[in-house]
Design a binder for this molecule. Structure first.
Ligand code: TXA
Ligand code: MG
Length: 315
């Protein structure tokens, strides 16, 4: 059982020899391997129990590094990269041969991003290869936002867990592709849609689930706690001792406060995102049988949070 630590050299040694490592990013913790080594990447799929049709995101330390792995960047992709990298934005772009098909699930595109977490950036700079990394959780479960979350579920399966503290964003990166040269948002995430349209104008969205999604973050049952979750806006609730409440900013009057979890007392969606996944894990661990979740206003990161809550409710 690997315990999290801050020894960057230990993490680098594991990665250089083709092993998998839990790494901090600003969004969620990743389960990383050398993206150019298919044998190393295969270990990610095995450890996560992840289906091979679900492609991985490749992490690099700079735009110039990204250009080594993609054939071209449409003008609007360049504008987004210049504005939001390093940061929680993944661009899906035509891949070069050097990226193994296993990473991209056979697609001729690769999802690539420059993370802003200083520990992650420093690690990437010390390596002479990029890191393929999905979120460091068993497939379908809530993403990890602390090193301990990674240790709890994957501690037996990794070579090292690099601790970078709690994640500052708390939801995964926003994913933007350019299927016909024009931008399409595939996954809502840490960069709000409003921030993207401010830079490149109106953007199409393809976020709904399908049997063969272009971004499996679109699968309905993603991000699910084990415990049943319902959305309070749509459901009559029969309260009991084993029911807890996930609230945006204020508790429901007349219900035991110890069973109500507030994501952001100040009604700040960024703060709510930081607390979302840790709160879902905690309610699972506490043994509640039902989570009644309140949706946020549909603006800014509220949309990404609501997307995760709806998927958790779809299970
Ligand atoms: O914030 C994040 O993006 C985190 C951190 C670790 O960087 N990573 C993450 O990875 O959320 P993961 O595997 O949980 O989600 C990656 C999503 C998947 O739904 C995958 O299908 C999509 O990115 N994706 C990757 N490459 C793609 C491609 N070529 N085309 C379409 N979607 C792609
Ligand atoms: Mg994931």
């Amino acid at each position: 059982m690997v315990q999290p630590g801050s020894d960057m050299e230990a993490a680098a040694i594991c990665l250089r020899k083709g092993d998998i490592v839990g790494i901090p990013t600003e969004t969620v913790y990743g389960l990383a391997a050398n993206a150019l080594n298919a044998d190393a990447v295969a270990k990610i799929f095995t450890a996560k129990n992840r289906p091979y049709f679900d492609p991985l995101i490749v992490h690099v330390h700079s735009i110039s590094e990204a250009l080594k792995y993609v054939h071209s960047m449409p003008e609007k992709a360049k504008l987004l990269a210049e504005e939001f990298w390093p940061g929680p934005l993944t661009l899906v772009l035509p891949k070069k041969e050097i990226i193994p098909d296993l990473v991209t699930a056979g697609h001729n595109t690769v999802g690539i991003r420059v993370p802003s977490h200083p520990v992650c950036l420093e690690l990437l700079q010390q390596l002479d290869f990029p890191l393929a990394a999905p979120s460091a959780n068993p497939f379908g479960y809530v993403s990890p936002t602390t090193a301990k979350h990674v240790a709890d579920q994957l501690g037996e399966k990794v070579c090292y867990i690099l601790d970078g503290g709690p994640c500052m964003v708390g939801v995964e990166s926003t994913i933007v592709g350019f299927p016909q040269g024009e931008p399409v948002i595939y996954r809502l995430g840490g960069i709000a849609v409003e921030q993207i349209t401010e830079i490149i104008g109106p953007v199409a969205e393809q976020i709904s689930a399908g049997s063969n999604p272009s971004a499996p973050g679109q699968l309905d049952v993603h991000y699910s706690p084990r415990c049943k979750l319902i959305l309070s806006d749509y459901t009559e609730v029969n309260d009991s001792e084993s029911t807890c409440y996930l609230r945006y900013s204020a508790p429901i009057q007349g219900i035991d406060l110890s069973r109500q979890f507030i994501l952001s007392p100040n009604r700040n969606p960024e703060e709510a995102a930081v607390n979302l996944f840790a709160t879902l894990r905690m309610t699972d661990a506490a043994g509640y049988s039902l989570i009644v979740a309140e949706l946020l206003p549909e603006t800014g990161l509220g949309r990404a949070i609501n997307d995760r809550l709806r998927r958790a409710a779809a299970k």
